[in-house]
Design a protein around this ligand. Structure first.
Ligand SMILES: NC(=O)C1=CN([C@@H]2O[C@H](COP(=O)(O)OP(=O)(O)OC[C@H]3O[C@@H](n4cnc5c(N)ncnc54)[C@H](O)[C@@H]3O)[C@@H](O)[C@H]2O)[C@@H](O)CC1
Length: 495
């Protein structure tokens, strides 16, 4: 089952459905027991201090405290007055098994924090609306000064579930996200506050969550199923021919990296067209140097590849060249210098636009900080303007298509280096050239790139390069397809 991304309002709408179905009590029980299980697994010794708010987030904390107490763990619970009906109910249940709920005051919290081996933050969840009011602000300061690890339930207290920004908010080591991801757990400073995130999907009908969800996060098995499986009689003519139009004196490496990315993703033939001298990074590449772009287009005549990537290091003529390529109406990846506002309105359904946040801000005529505050909305706005499919690159990348958003899993911080986007363009063009649908090519391509980055990151850490990532693409493909293509892979090896 895919994972989903929900805003606070969307999570609350599912809660109301659960409430109407008489299932909300069970959902809170499941949430609290999952938190208790995680505590036992990851933080198995010492006193656990729970700080519980008055809403349902506090209710989850009270359920978790009861489960741990019943399992013999030493727990201490400090709670604000319970406002939510189920939080009141779980307070009575906790007291019934012999755990006192002491009032949550700053002085008591300060003393208790010192004796705790783990602090569970159940103050505020998705019901929080900024700014933080007293006494919660003082409590957040106390939590952040604690020397023990902090585990937050659903979202660190003080984080607005929708935004990638973070003001005064809990810094957690671990967050247990309930039902689905919240945008804040995926992007920017707010994601850094959450620490490691464990998703607990809860026993909620998938259709209820899907109907509300802002975005989907496909699993590796789902991505693997999208990738094409080859027949044993495949040859270079059936594996797609990609053209790379890029490079300019001073930025020739970009086109070479794109071409290498396409070859390593399995393209049968890759040809680079440029007016600059492109380094032959792999001898399997075909490189055509043209005197000027007009001559290049004359030489192309009516010949077309299966897919084209345009823009990488292409320089000042990029918008003009990209416009001519768009008139071919074939699967096209537009990257880097080709991402210009003057191309708005010239795209088609088989276009894949791949801006990083700076390029996206240029296209939307906004600032980069404004854009990165709400990456999902930004990706959607870009797709509405540009048409086709948009990959808004980042950690994680977002794919926006007509009617939907998808957020990639995984990746590695070492991927923050020059040339990574060029490699991604090659991957995407390769998948398009192998006949993939443009949405699936985007979703699978960003995950393939991220998976190759994870593998390269294990070898090179923060020193990994785009070339290292390209070298891991074959292995990444095998990882993603291991569940879905096993028989075919085995057959291929026997031949
Ligand atoms: N379907 C789900 O995802 C489920 C969610 N559950 C929990 O329900 C939570 C949402 O519960 P609620 O809607 O009751 O909300 P919360 O528990 O997040 O917070 C509501 C409380 O916070 C206070 N508050 C809000 N903004 C504040 C501010 N700026 N300063 C100080 N206090 C503020 C409100 O007065 C209210 O008492 C989720 O985060 C999750 O923990 C679970 O109970 C199980 C099911």
């Amino acid at each position: 089952m895919p994972q989903y991304v929900l805003t606070a309002a969307q999570a609350s709408a599912v809660d109301q459905q659960l409430q109407r179905a008489g299932l909300l009590d069970l959902a809170m029980e499941e949430a609290g027991s999952a938190v208790a299980r995680l505590v036992q697994q990851q933080y198995p010794a010492g006193r656990v201090l729970f700080l519980a708010g008055g809403g349902a987030n506090g209710g989850d904390a009270l359920v978790a405290a009861r489960h741990l107490h019943v399992q013999g763990r030493e727990v201490e619970v400090l709670a604000l007055p319970a406002r939510h009906r189920l939080t009141q109910l779980n307070r009575r249940r906790l007291q019934a098994v012999g755990v006192a709920c002491r009032p949550l005051k700053a002085a008591a919290a300060q003393r208790s924090v010192e004796a705790a081996a783990l602090l569970v933050d159940g103050l505020l969840g998705t019901g929080f609306t900024p700014p933080l009011r007293a006494p919660l602000d003082t409590l957040v300061h106390i939590i952040n000064a604690a020397s023990c690890p902090v585990l937050s339930i659903d979202i660190p207290s003080g984080i607005d579930a929708h935004s990638a920004e973070a003001g005064l908010a809990v810094q957690a080591q671990h967050t247990v996200s309930l039902m689905g991801w919240k945008p804040a757990l995926l992007f920017g400073e707010s994601a850094a506050r959450a620490g490691a995130v464990t998703l607990v999907p809860l026993t909620v009908p998938a259709a209820w969550v899907q109907a509300q969800a802002l975005a989907v996060r496909p699993t590796d098995a789902e991505v693997g199923a999208m990738l094409p499986a080859r027949r044993n009689d495949a040859h270079k003519g059936t594996a797609g021919h990609v053209w790379v139009l890029g490079g300019h004196p001073g930025t020739v490496g970009a086109a070479a990296l794109t071409a290498a990315g396409a070859l390593r993703t399995g393209s049968g033939l890759v040809t680079v067209h440029s007016v600059a001298e492109i380094p032959l990074v792999m001898p399997e590449l075909m490189v055509h140097r043209h005197s000027v772009w007009d001559a290049a287009f004359r030489a192309f005549g009516d010949r077309r590849p299966d897919a084209v990537a345009v823009g990488m290091g292409l320089g000042p003529d990029a918008a003009h060249i990209a416009r001519r390529v768009l008139s071919w109406n074939i699967p096209t990846v537009l990257d880097a210098d080709a991402l210009q506002p003057e191309l708005i309105g010239h795209g088609h359904d088989s276009c894949l636009w791949t801006p990083h946040p700076g390029e996206a801000a240029r296209l939307l005529r906004t600032s980069t900080p404004e854009l990165t505050r709400y990456p999902l909305e930004a990706a959607r706005a870009l797709q509405e303007q540009l048409g086709g499919v948009v990959v808004l690159k980042g950690g994680p990348s977002v794919v926006a298509y007509s009617g939907g958003l998808s957020v990639a899993q995984g990746g590695h911080p070492g991927m923050a280096s020059a040339g990574m986007g060029d490699t991604l363009s090659g991957i995407l063009a390769s998948l398009l050239g192998q006949g993939m649908d443009v949405v699936q090519a985007a979703v699978a391509g960003v995950r393939l790139h991220a998976r190759a980055g994870e593998r390269a990151g294990q070898l090179h850490g923060y020193g990994l390069s785009a070339t290292d990532v390209a070298s891991q693409l074959g292995a990444a493909w095998t990882d993603l397809t291991s569940e879905t293509h096993p028989t075919r892979e085995r057959l291929s090896f026997r031949v």
